[in-house]
Design a protein around this ligand. Structure first.
Ligand code: HEC
Ligand code: HEC
Ligand code: HEC
Ligand code: HEC
Length: 319
């Protein structure tokens, strides 16, 4: 018996692929043409502190464990693949495939890593830290810096300051909503025990094991995030979930998948309702959950203290 309408699933799959490329063009994912991952070891050469933090996370540690999980074997079989590390589908979220050069052999090097969150780096690694010939960091002009940031983003870098883009990227994995994931695979994976936690929340998941805030603007220490910043992150995490879940829900007819996405939409809507009276961009995003409107919301609340409206929603402990 055919459970799903495959012609529809296929159409949706292509729509998702095209959407993926469109998003890529806007710097949302790393389809920046031929961009590929160079691997965390390269980043570590200059970002030793960040690497140390990453090595303490589940992202890093799961590389040695997740494929041994009983559920993993069942799930990977359910979509017709044999081994997790070799499965293109599992690789979308669980692993970092690293290349030495364009078109070179892809080596599954680690779990989700620096470039899973900051974008595949082949095209931006030598751009993002280039202050100009003979110019030191504190001598760089504001316009040169702005230009460097712009170039890095165009080359596929997801810069930490672009919080909506950062959060949107987390939820492609954590909402089981990668635009390149075949919705039919997502459905079968869910039926075979793959987790999908509709309650995933950006502050809770980013401020524990994952948090690294060393580099220049934080003055060298792994600085705690202020409550005002967390209130912005809470809203942006929900905004990212709203955009992602709306798209994901429309891509699938699978009841469990759809229900989970609807739950994410409901939570996000309730969160944005809390600020929409003061921030018109929140209302605009609610009526049209697009990437542009999500980014506009971030620009509107950046630097604002929203703890009055959402302080009670902030988690008291972190993952
Ligand atoms: C050769 C040294 C070097 C390497 C290698 C390197 N970085 Fe950087 N990175 C820097 C410097 C220097 C800065 C600070 C740039 C500045 O002053 O804005 C930076 C900044 C960053 C930032 C913050 C950017 C911002 O806009 O605030 C991120 C994120 C980052 N690097 C990620 C990575 C990742 C991921 C890798 C590996 C793929 C990597 N870096 C490899 C030197 C390096
Ligand atoms: C769209 C992204 C995505 C894809 C594709 C994906 N996973 Fe996952 N997987 C996740 C995330 C995110 C988690 C963690 C969920 C949580 O607990 O918050 C996870 C958790 C798991 C877990 C539970 C691990 C644990 O520590 O509890 C197993 C097992 C698993 N995945 C197997 C697979 C297999 C096998 C495939 C390929 C068929 C696969 N996943 C494909 C995102 C994905
Ligand atoms: C490329 C996919 C991917 C991206 C992007 C990603 N994650 Fe994950 N994350 C995973 C997977 C897969 C797991 C589960 C690993 C396992 O259990 O084996 C996970 C686990 C975690 C955990 C551990 C949860 C626990 O129950 O212990 C935290 C915390 C986390 N992610 C936070 C984040 C945050 C915050 C972001 C964005 C800034 C992010 N992740 C982006 C794939 C991803
Ligand atoms: C789970 C997603 C995730 C992973 C994995 C990750 N980062 Fe980040 N990174 C972030 C987020 C989110 C921020 C923004 C922090 C903030 O501004 O509060 C950030 C900020 C940064 C910054 C600027 C702040 C600082 O600490 O200097 C640098 C540099 C950076 N990351 C480098 C790296 C490197 C290098 C790795 C790998 C060793 C890495 N990141 C792994 C999500 C991630």
């Amino acid at each position: 018996m055919r459970k799903y309408d495959f012609s529809k699933v296929r159409a949706v799959f292509w729509t998702a692929l095209v959407a993926g490329f469109l998003l890529g063009g806007m710097g949302m994912t790393n389809t920046a043409d031929a961009a590929f991952k160079v691997g965390a070891k390269k980043c570590q050469e200059c970002h030793a502190e960040e690497a140390k933090v990453w090595q303490g996370t589940k992202h890093f540690k799961s590389f040695k464990t997740v494929h041994k999980d009983k559920r993993a074997k069942k799930i990977v079989k359910s979509i017709g693949d044999k081994r997790m590390k070799k499965s293109k589908t599992c690789n979308l979220c669980h692993y970092s495939g690293v290349q030495k050069k364009e078109g070179g052999k892809v080596k599954v090097a680690s779990g989700p890593s620096c470039e899973s969150c900051h974008g595949a780096a082949s095209e931006w690694i030598s751009v993002h830290n280039d202050y100009g010939k003979g110019v030191k960091r504190d001598q760089e002009s504001a316009s040169s810096k702005a230009e460097r940031f712009k170039k890095s983003e165009a080359a596929g870098m997801i810069r930490p300051e672009k919080l909506f883009d950062v959060a949107s990227n987390c939820v492609t994995c954590h909402g089981l909503a990668n635009p390149n994931l075949d919705p039919n695979h997502a459905a079968v994976m869910l039926d075979n025990g793959h987790p999908l936690k509709p309650g995933w929340e950006f502050v809770e998941y980013s401020q524990g094991s994952v948090r690294h805030r060393f580099y220049p603007r934080f003055g060298g220490a792994n600085q705690e995030t202020t409550d005002a910043e967390k209130s912005q992150m809470y809203i942006i995490g929900q905004a990212a979930a709203l955009v992602s879940a709306t798209k994901a829900a429309s891509n699938s007819d699978h009841p469990k998948y759809k229900a989970a996405q609807q739950e994410r939409i409901a939570t996000a809507t309730a969160a944005l309702d809390l600020i929409k009276g003061d921030v018109p961009e929140a209302g605009k995003l609610l009526s049209d959950p697009s990437v542009e409107n999500g980014r506009a919301l971030w620009e509107a609340i950046k630097g604002k203290d929203l703890t009055g409206a959402v302080g009670s929603k902030l988690p008291s402990s972190y993952k």
